[in-house]
Design a protein around this ligand. Structure first.
Ligand SMILES: Nc1ncnc2c1ncn2[C@@H]1O[C@H](COP(=O)(O)OP(=O)(O)OP(=O)(O)O)[C@@H](O)[C@H]1O
Ligand SMILES: [Mg+2]
Length: 233
């Protein structure tokens, strides 16, 4: 299989007054096309920090993130936005949906950002159609005009997965997508992710839950600032 993304020696520290908190101390990691990787680790071990660095939502202090042969630290502003918006899709634990927008409008947002104001009128129709297809597929066909606050947690998370997939990202990054849901609803979300992976979607999933992690192809653990293969496998 071909490698999509590699990190080498990624470090990240936070200065808190006189103290320096070393969160990532040289993380080496790789994801291959078609992979379904679960990342586990204690609370505070740096899982979200690492995922944000992979999604270019945060910068490492040192080390490299190389995506399809390109070091993302060397991308200019425009290319970096394109990377954030097209190459990776991000699913957050607390959804981050916009309450003023309905389900379809939330889902098309990444396409709107990509096409820009001038390009949007021509893109709008096909983008809405793709959004509606994704939403129907995730069982939200009857919720298209709902606002996020009118949805259950599991429904919100399905909208946020649809939004993350809108621009057909090469890599889907999901930070505890089931962390805020009951186990049945969490299981439904996992079924959605498994279905996507079977169709070829590459996924990196952060989870606290060992049972969920075991459903991935591969489990990695962040511990003491480094990535290690997990013993559970
Ligand atoms: N902006 C920040 N300033 C200072 N410290 C931070 C900052 N962001 C994160 N940290 C610290 O870095 C550590 C790692 O945080 P992170 O959110 O990556 O952990 P996590 O593994 O995702 O934990 P959880 O499982 O609880 O979500 C934590 O101890 C946290 O307090
Ligand atoms: Mg976290």
């Amino acid at each position: 299989m071909s490698v999509i993304l590699t990190t080498t020696g990624v470090t990240k520290s936070y200065r808190m007054g006189p103290n320096i908190l070393e969160v990532l101390r040289g993380v080496d990691f790789a994801v291959e096309a078609g992979d379904f990787v679960a990342m586990v680790g204690a609370s505070g071990s740096g899982k979200s920090t690492f995922l944000h660095i992979l999604g270019a939502l945060d910068n490492p202090d040192k080390g490299d993130v190389v995506f399809e042969g390109q070091n993302i630290a060397r991308l200019g502003r425009g290319r970096l936005n394109e990377y954030r918006n097209r190459s990776v899709g991000f699913v957050f634990q607390f959804y981050h949906l916009l309450d003023e927008l309905d389900v379809v409008e939330n889902t098309v947002l990444p396409a709107m950002v990509t096409s820009g104001v001038l390009g949007w009128p021509a893109r709008r129709g096909p983008a809405r159609q793709r959004a509606i297809e994704l939403l129907r597929r995730f069982g939200l066909g009857e919720r298209l005009r709902h606002k996020p606050y009118q949805l259950s947690g599991g429904e919100r998370q399905r909208v946020s997965i649809a939004r993350a997939l809108m621009n057909r990202p090469t890599l889907l990054l999901a930070d505890e997508p089931t962390g805020n849901l009951d186990s049945k609803t969490g299981n439904d979300i996992l079924n959605v992710l498994e279905g996507l992976n079977r169709e070829g979607q590459t996924i990196l999933l952060v989870t606290h839950d060992d049972r969920i992690a075991r459903r991935a192809h591969r489990i990695v653990r962040l511990a003491d600032g480094r990535m290690v293969a997990d013993r559970m496998q």
